[in-house]
Design a protein around this ligand. Sequence first.
Ligand code: CUA
Length: 313
Amino acid sequence: MGRLFDFMLPENKSPLTADSTDGLFHFINEVSLILLIGITFALIYFAFKYKRKSEDDKTPLITHNNTLEITWSVIPLLITLVIFGWGYSGWLNLKAVPDDAYEIQVTGFKWNWAVNYENGAQTLNEIHVPKGRPVKIVLQSRDVLHSFFVPDYRVKHDAVPGRYTYVWFQAEEVGESVVFCTEYCGTSHSDMLAKIIVHEPEDFETWLELNGGGPSGTPVEQGEALVVQQGCQTCHSVDGSAGLAPTFKGLFGKEEQLNDGSSLTVDENYLRESILNPGAKVVNGYENIMPPYEGILSDDEITNIIEYIKTLE
Ligand code: CUA
């Protein structure tokens, strides 16, 4: 149906949440364009019409004009009231989650999105959702302010430490949409991206079944799954490549120089301390940017991660 300012918007993939935003966006732009053209032409026209024509051409003294003043006050007032009413009803719609919404927990932390589903399935930076069904994303943050923004659905909300917030949408096409973090949150803020993957409802049920349940496997396998789920690889590579933090490959048993000039051999206790309280002993050449995992990982989970790191020789 193409409107003039369509080129400024990504494709609308969740009409229930996006239509009102798009309608208002177009209205504001079109009104602004009409005013811009009108004012520009009036300006040029008046510049010629009231140009000084002779030496004794005197500007008449006009103190006020009631009709004009009321007109240019009331028309903008009406326009802003329309914008307000439209925006308010759109906002109410974004706050009113449909009762049958499928709920997904999303936790922002530097610099990943951890995703938890009702049946115990977990993903990192990938949010799997069914097509044609409302989805409620319950947001929280583990460290600082993040913001969950999905341009395709026109939804955006801050993820705030110590508080739950939410957005909802209903994706109407199978495919993928990008999630951006839109609250500056440190070094890798611009890489804090996630993908929403929309499945046919049957495929979504299958995906859930395949990925549900709690952790399984050997301690090393569980440790590897945790390293993925907790986003450790955002900074720690497992193949020896450089990153914002030391690689896990060959880490266990290695001699490390610390930034206070001392050195130590990486053992279980050092790894445990570095997971719980990363700032205690920082390796030389790196910054103290890792969030503490105290209260987030259990003792068993930490042990499994250490067992996994030991296998990366
Ligand atoms: Cu998280 Cu920016």
